[in-house]
Design a protein around this ligand. Structure first.
Ligand SMILES: [Zn+2]
Length: 280
């Protein structure tokens, strides 16, 4: 019996600017395309726009790149609601949660974007997003190694690009057609990446990547305030890792106070993101 009944192809669009990364980056378009794993037919499509909390105003660059309009994100839902809507859509389509595999082009969508945003906002996400198929890997099995973007891969596979580049739903559709083509060429589709169990580690077996430091997490939950505001649990910095404790050294009224900063901060490179919160 096949391992999966369905593939759920996703491709997030997120806030961005022309130069440098926006922190914290947030998902603004949440699309998904449902593919029947047995027949390779595209069954259904889903999309919701997501209202960014930290940078609610899209940059001109972002609107131009994605084709997303300000009014669409203004009318969007929160990320937690987007996840719930997607889950309801899967249930309505008769998809069993343990019989689906999430498929993306690259690892960014599940490993970086969704995971970090859910962590710094304290939003639980369905477990099926904790493992995924990076289509680059089976694609390379069919077409040979090499770095190509989605559009180049579609062309190389002899397919026609459909829709608008960097429109999340169109990107997801093209990824879905590419998946079907890779399957048609006889390449087996299997999970290529996964996350460690989230904050509460489970008893199940399997190799888990290193966990965030429990100390920083526990203290982080007691914070009275944080730089980003608005009801989130500040256990993680914008990178999605446990924030790190430091002591204010600079002279002034706050000297000697503890604060939390980027968990990816290292002496040679400094912080990777601008997360900052005073300890309560
Ligand atoms: Zn960070």
């Amino acid at each position: 019996m096949a391992r999966w009944d369905f593939f759920v192809v996703v491709d997030f669009e997120a806030t961005c600017q022309e130069k440098g990364r926006i922190y914290p980056q947030e998902i603004i378009e949440f699309p998904a395309v449902l593919v029947d794993a047995a027949t390779g037919s595209l069954v259904s499509a889903f999309r919701t726009y997501v209202r960014p909390r930290h940078h609610p105003q899209l940059t001109a660059f972002c609107k131009e790149l994605t084709g997303i309009e300000q009014s669409q994100v203004d009318g969007g839902v929160g990320l937690g609601e987007a996840l719930a809507k997607l889950d309801a859509w899967l249930v309505a389509a008769g998809v069993a949660r343990n019989r689906l595999a999430v498929v993306t082009w690259g690892d960014w969508d599940c490993k970086t974007m969704l995971e970090s945003e859910c962590r710094f906002k304290g939003i639980p996400k369905p477990e099926y997003f904790d493992r995924w198929v990076n289509l680059r890997i089976p694609f390379e099995a069919a077409f040979g190694p090499g770095r190509r973007n989605l559009q180049e891969a579609v062309k190389e596979a002899g397919l026609q690009w459909v829709g608008r580049l960097h429109c999340g739903l169109d990107d997801a559709r093209n990824t879905a057609y590419l998946l079907v083509e890779v399957m048609r060429r006889g390449v087996a589709i299997s999970i290529t990446g996964s996350l460690a169990p989230a904050l509460a580690p489970k008893e199940e077996g399997g190799e888990a990547p290193p966990q965030p430091q429990p100390q920083a997490q526990r203290v982080g939950l007691n914070l009275g305030m944080w730089a980003g505001g608005a009801g989130a649990l500040p256990c993680c910095c914008f990178c999605g890792v446990a924030s790190r404790c430091g002591v204010m050294m600079a002279p002034g009224p706050m000297q000697g106070r503890c604060f939390y900063g980027c968990g990816n901060c290292t002496p040679p490179f400094g912080p990777m993101c601008p997360f900052f919160a005073w300890a309560a």
